[in-house]
Design a protein around this ligand. Sequence first.
Ligand code: ADP
Ligand code: MG
Length: 722
Amino acid sequence: MQRYPLNVASPLDQKLGGVLGARTAATFAKGFGIETVGDLLTHYPRRYARRGELTELSHLPLDDDVTIVAEVIDVRERPMRAKKGSLLEARITDGKGILTLTFFNQPWRAKDLRPGVRGIFAGKVGEYRGSRQLAHPDYELFEEDNPGGAESAEAWAMKPIPIYPATSTVSSWKVQKAVGVALDSLGELDDPVPDAVRKSRGLLPFTRAIELIHRPTVDAEWRAARKSLRFQEAFVLQTALLEQRQRLKEQAATPRIPKPDGLLEQFDAALDFTLTADQREVGEAIANDIATPEPMNRLLQGEVGSGKTVVALRAMLAVADTGGQSALLAPTEVLAGQHIRSIVSTLGPDLAARVRPTLITGQLPTADRRKALLAAVTGQAQIVIGTHALMSESVEFFDLGLVVVDEQHRFGVDQREALRRKGAVPPHVLVLTATPIPRTVAMTVFGDLDISTIAELPAGRIPIETFVVPLADRPGWEGRVWERLSEELEKGRQAFVVCPAIDAESDAAPAEPDGPVRPLTTVADTLDMLRADERLAGRRIEALHGRLTSDEKDARMRAFAAGEIDVLVATTVIEVGVDVPNASAMIVLDADRFGVSQLHQLRGRVGRGDVPGLCLLVTAAETGTPARERVEAVAATLDGFELAQKDLELRQEGDVLGSVQSGRRSSLRLLRVVKDGDLILQARSIAEQVLAQDPSLVRHPALRDALERRLDEAERDFLAKS
Ligand code: ADP
Ligand code: MG
């Protein structure tokens, strides 16, 4: 991407050390990754407290770092029993509950902590002999704030106090002080939001908004400031994404137009089903994209089994018709292996011999690998399928025309970029994802891509039936689960049993924030149990998990696909893309340990052929708990988009943007993709207008600086991680 010279040095780009001194600057760099004045000023308060309102103490979670407003009740000092020295204990209250502060060998604190004094206290909540305490908390008392009574008592009590994200070494008020120093020396900031836009939306100018989000005197001020800065964030982000997209389009790709009577036509003629309307429509959009010198950059989303792979394969054949090559990037060896088998069989022997689908993974024996690399570099292999090994330097192409990335959420933007660079000219890029993505998320995370959706499933699919098996209410139902499993096997079908952990030592399970801690159901135990179950006598039951070698995994998947294994007891390694039409039952144990989208993905593994699918979600979570609600939500609908929205609401924002927007500093600050969908849409359309009138932003220097600042942050973040 082209880089702009920074216009005039903005006060925001000033290094923090110049303002706060090197030592303080270092603590901010270490604690938060904050390096510049701009970083510090966008370290916004998380919430606002009031001196007149005490924080409720009864809900403080154990082991959390908290920042609270409270009043001192009393202080006492006593010698330590076992060791030398003294212990000072102060009790603070919210008027109801009590929290004890403890300090070792700091008797002088009794002078500060006088009964009736209020202040902010920060520390980690601990427990000692059944009562809650903060050991060695940091605190700031209020009294000196209002020495001469300059403010009315009412205003003093109601004035919002910003509470900042803090660490154990940098407390909220240290941040507040640093921000104050930075604000005092700040001067005027150029506003990235054009005047007219700001006025029409009733937003504050940038300088004013920054001041008021940090130093409000009444609540209305920080609210107005947040609103203004939130819009600015959405606007700058959308401008950045649209600009990047524009830049990609300015590069010249090779147009790929299928030959009459060529490979694609031959494939279409031999296809033993008719494409759905959605497949045809998306296929046309792709064909149009790749027929031009503007590189395609498209995301194709569609439920598992909706026929994305066929659509992608047709695009590859169009490229092959022009003599070019396509690379298909799969997230795992199992999937890469499955892709090549299914592509070879879908193509049929004649076409396969002509386009020579070739596998490149890290596990390939040296001789095979050499052959595969040769086929890629000479252009004989027109379809190259592989894992991230495809991105290694030794892999070269003769004429890479199309990159297909399967199951995008496992790959970062960087990897997409690395593969893109394998082409002598930029290849067209198609990203496939089976995770339905709500529109505003797609726009935020994949804002540089065009988006297509396959919504309809191929005709003749029988919907999967999903049931929750609630062990908390019906402990006896567990036996029914295995009976049901044996019935499916009676019918000649196969089944998956998914567990959250491999064995007692493994921690494959996602951390569970709610609910009691229970040992996780493991693959090892479940395997033993099922093998010992008389109802399943004679059945072939095997394990599949991430600790097997790729060869073992591949062999087991293959055996399962060939019907040589009846039941696969697995972790989520089978999550994505696995296609075994005869598999009819998906049994998920400790289903509450999985996320909504993950459960939906797992369910998608069955009911792929013409047999009805059955999904049993076994959970010990109690009715009404969030864990149980997640599981019920999945059982209630087969609509992936609805579930994706639900998932979004249940998850932390950070998880949603995940690796794509990763890093402490470059993630979203005020914008919430769940709540701010409309704002994001509006910001995008305004960004489009601005870029249409002023593509290189010569008339919008402050906006240009803001884009540059984003890039800079992303880069620093990248360096910090590498
Ligand atoms: P996805 O990649 O979206 O999970 P696939 O392309 O792997 O889906 O398709 C799943 C299965 O459905 C494959 O066996 C494929 O051959 C078949 N299929 C795809 N499109 C159709 C269609 N229009 N009609 C019938 N079967 C189809
Ligand atoms: Mg697929």
